[in-house]
Design a binder for this molecule. Structure first.
Ligand code: GLN
Length: 217
């Protein structure tokens, strides 16, 4: 069972937000969360999930991440966490949250009712950056797509939250407190997606300014 978050108990008032740190660009997510005023906690073992308000699944390699999740005993604890707490998955992270994902060594978590196709834009050389429209954020953001997945289909309870400006293709989805993006908001200096996730999706208030010193557990 996931223990209820109780604010840390050590005088720490910032919300504790986890980043799955088994592989991939978790450090950039942690820095973005800290810049938004959250306390970023690197998650590599089940006990690290205790007391977290929300979780980020970073980009990287979904096959490797799934293997390490199994090897580190994180499968069941993550399932329990994802069933009740807000989560943001980016790139490989949305593959882990969705359904499908052919070629994976274990099933993805399926908390987003969406068929997510891995490496669906082509090879590494076909990676690109393009304007993404996200009505919740106002002006478009720059989306960085690196061997990115595509959302091929989504269930009725899944809402689009981001689209490629040029084609209108959906590249970000939300089902309640679960958000999946095909691109990497953590690779730009634009914090709007992280802020929106923390404040609007996770309901963590407005942590606002960055602390003087970045502190990553
Ligand atoms: N191609 C990777 C995968 O299948 C995802 C790439 C990324 O996260 N940038 O997991």
């Amino acid at each position: 069972m996931v223990k209820p978050a109780e604010g840390g108990g050590s005088g720490e008032s910032r919300p504790r937000v986890g980043v799955l740190a088994l592989q991939g660009d978790f450090a950039r997510h942690a820095a973005a969360l800290e810049a938004c005023g959250a306390h970023a906690v690197r998650v590599t073992r089940p006990e690290h999930l205790e007391g977290l308000e929300a979780l980020v699944l970073p980009g990287g390699e979904s096959t490797t991440m799934l293997r390490l999740i199994e090897a580190n005993g994180l499968r069941a604890p993550l399932e329990a966490f994802l069933a009740v707490r807000p989560v943001l998955g980016t790139c490989a992270g949305v593959i882990l949250l969705g359904r499908g994902g052919a070629g994976l060594p274990a099933p993805p978590f399926g908390v987003l009712d969406a068929d997510v196709e891995r490496n669906a834009w082509g090879r590494q050389i076909d990676s690109f950056s393009a304007p993404v429209e996200a009505p919740a954020l106002g002006a478009p953001v720059e989306g960085v797509f690196i061997r990115a997945p595509r959302i091929r289909a989504a269930g009725a309870g899944v809402d689009p939250v981001a689209r490629l400006a040029e084609s209108g293709e959906v590249v970000g989805i939300r089902a309640g407190r679960v958000v999946g993006l095909c691109f990497h908001p953590e690779l730009t200096d634009d914090l709007r997606f992280h802020r929106w996730f923390l404040e609007e999706v996770a309901g963590l208030g407005a942590p606002s300014a960055a602390p003087a010193q970045a502190e990553v557990a």
